[in-house]
Design a protein around this ligand. Structure first.
Ligand SMILES: *Cc1c(COP(=O)(O)O)cnc(C)c1O
Length: 406
């Protein structure tokens, strides 16, 4: 049969030699049509078209497959350089990275940590793992990130830190957050799991607070399958994170454990993939920018959907292009998603807010979070990955207009 995809990743549209290899890559493989159907457009698929394969084969051929291989150090160094930070410590996943970042700051039982309620559950769970209590903050209507005007009312004597989550790649309003944190002597932690390569007033995510955590899960902007990274300029904090990551073993005395740590190490194989990904990070960031720009061009002036409002001092890393349906539209978010799925378009709902989840519901019962509730009820993430063709974006937008016209 004839592949109706005239627009599989177009090498001429991207000035990068990697793009010509995309057609045979795993991303496009998953987009292959089955008989008689339109090809599936996946929500997020990694593109592993650089040196990833070569480096992984190197791990296998040399048998350096555990966390003791050289790719771990190389990936850490390259990632620190990319962010413009002094230290980067690779972990087995982003949740582990966030957990030991908080623990290295000394956060523990009796402490409170401010967390936006509109985030992925790991932001809150990492606080809970430390024995501390997450205190939720409502979202800002324009950016969906935590609302700086709602922070101070939630600060108590027990508040130790605030986690700034850069939701869907859009940096949180750091100037306001940092000013409040300074005034109350609390620490700013970045959850940059969704925001590799984003910038705030020219500065890279990962350098906007005291310490930051990134994720390299399969659907994130850069991927190692599972993986994470702690980034900080503070040498003492970095040493503590390294200690916590490796079972708490004294770096100068083998099998001596001055503290209780974890095995949160990244394997050499994952780091090999990460290094390959990082070598082409500029291409990944640029490609996502093109894709989201195309969404915006296609949907500009269309009043039935809304997205995070751009601000001139913020450079979005464009993890997942996510829209809210206007509340006047009759079609529900869930039926929009079901009808897009019938068209072969994979989507997913925006995160349910933390305060609505069973483990956190009771603690947050007294408070209300109307903005996060509304965004969460009406929000849907659309396909966004570096390997997506612009024609696929057009197809998604056409389908949305058709469905929402009913
Ligand atoms: C993905 C994600 C994490 C956790 O990362 P994992 O690598 O999946 O453990 C943490 N916070 C946010 C906001 C995320 O999106």
């Amino acid at each position: 049969m004839i592949d109706e995809r005239s627009d599989s990743p177009d090498p001429t549209a991207i000035h990068n030699p990697m793009s010509s290899r995309l057609a045979s890559g795993p991303a496009s493989h998953r987009m292959m049509p089955s008989k008689g159907e339109r090809p599936l457009i996946p929500l997020a698929a990694p593109v592993l078209a650089g040196n990833e394969k070569r480096y992984v084969i190197d791990c296998l051929e040399t048998s350096w497959i555990s966390s003791n291989g050289e790719y771990v150090g190389r990936f850490e160094k390259a990632f620190a350089d990319y962010c413009g930070a002094r230290h980067a410590i690779a972990c087995c996943n982003g949740t582990a990275a966030l957990h030991i970042a908080l623990q290295a700051l000394g956060i523990g039982p009796g402490d409170e940590v401010l967390v936006p309620t509109l985030t992925f559950v790991a932001s809150a769970n990492a606080v809970y793992y430390c024995g501390a209590r997450p205190v939720f903050i409502d979202a800002e209507p324009a950016t969906w990130n935590l609302d700086p005007t709602k922070i101070e009312a939630s600060i108590t004597k027990r508040t130790k830190a605030i986690i700034a989550v850069h939701l869907y790649g859009y940096p949180a309003e750091m100037d306001a957050i940092r000013a409040i944190a300074e005034r109350h002597r609390i620490v700013v932690v970045e959850d940059a799991a969704q925001a590799h390569g984003a910038r705030y007033r020219g500065a890279m995510t990962g350098t906007l607070g005291k310490i930051a955590a990134f994720s390299f899960f399969g659907n994130k902007i850069l991927s190692t399958g599972e993986g994470g990274m702690v980034v900080t300029d503070d040498g003492e904090l970095a040493s503590r994170v390294r200690l916590l990551r490796g079972q708490g073993m004294d770096p100068t005395r083998r099998y001596w454990f001055p503290i209780i740590g974890y095995n949160y190490r990244m394997t050499n194989i994952a780091a090999a993939i990460g290094l390959g990904q990082l070598e082409s990070v500029d291409w990944h960031v640029e490609r996502r920018l093109q894709i989201v720009q195309h969404y915006v061009d296609c949907l500009k002036g269309y009043r039935k959907v809304h997205w995070q409002s751009p601000r001139p001092w913020v450079q979005n890393a464009n993890w997942l292009f996510t829209v809210t349906i206007d509340s006047d539209v009759r079609c529900s978010r869930d039926s929009l998603m079901a009808r897009l799925a019938d068209d072969g378009i994979e989507t997913r709902p925006i995160f349910p807010p933390m305060h609505a989840l069973p483990p956190y519901h009771d603690a947050a019962r007294e408070e209300s979070f109307p903005v996060a509730d509304r965004i969460s009820r009406l929000g849907v993430s659309l396909p966004t990955s570096a390997g997506l063709a612009l024609d696929d974006v057009t197809r998604v937008c056409d389908a949305m207009r058709r469905i929402l016209a009913d």
